[in-house]
Design a protein. Sequence first.
Length: 99
Amino acid sequence: MSDPSFIPLLGNVGHIMKGIGWHLLKACEELISKMNSSLVVYLHCRVIDDGPLSLYKKAGYSIIKTDNILVWLRLQQRKHLMFKELAPNTLNFDDQPNE
Ligand SMILES: CC(C)(COP(=O)(O)OP(=O)(O)OC[C@H]1O[C@@H](n2cnc3c(N)ncnc32)[C@H](O)[C@@H]1OP(=O)(O)O)[C@@H](O)C(=O)NCCC(=O)NCCS
């Protein structure tokens, strides 16, 4: 990894990979909206996962419940329960995270 010829390649991969999480989430929402008559989506996100939490908030998900610290007694991580109501006919696969 100390070979400098790797650096431009890794830089490009990092740039190409940017936005994958956002587009995967949008693709899931599109699929859910086609498969279900209900347009409400619920998901769990671990409290320690700052990256995913930021992604979900940016995509319009709200926290409706957070696990109590007592879940540690069951050797579990604390999680947020999040939800979003998908707007019919406004899902656009090409939405960008910073638009
Ligand atoms: C979380 C994850 C899915 C994000 O995917 P990604 O392709 O890196 O994210 P994107 O480039 O699409 O970013 C979209 C938005 O998510 C948020 N985000 C993504 N990674 C972030 C990080 N490390 N810290 C803070 N916010 C982050 C930002 O708001 C970002 O918008 P911006 O680029 O305008 O700032 C990815 O990093 C991942 O797979 N992580 C490890 C596994 C994991 O944690 N899975 C989820 C379990 S709930």
